[in-house]
Design a protein. Sequence first.
Length: 141
Amino acid sequence: MNHLGHMIVGLIVALIVMIVFGSFSFSLAGIALLGAILPDIDLKQSKASQIVEPIAIIGLTLFLHGFFSSYSLLVSWVASLVVSLIATYIVLKILRRKHRGITHSFGAAILFSAFGLLTLGIIGGLVGLVSYGSHLVVDRL
Ligand SMILES: [Zn+2]
């Protein structure tokens, strides 16, 4: 199934959770859409890679900038960008060793659910779990 199909299925199962618990937000919908396509980050050309890779590099650069703040402005930005690029490259290299490997596992679904839980609470955790899980189930059909 392509990314659009995964997003539709992930959003439908997430909407069921949101209706059951009487809680809807665009943030929850965002977690659902991300969870539905994130397992395919192990493919370089996937929508998940196209979306998540630049966001990870930018976010990590901004995060790391504080650690290099004792240097000049140019040096601190260049150093944080270089470290971000290297770290992102290494993580994606590990994740992309095999398609439908570690990113298509129950453990990865639990990890993504933890992200949803920490950012949006218990419903975020459930939405993260069912949307990520929907991708894993649909891939097996
Ligand atoms: Zn997949």
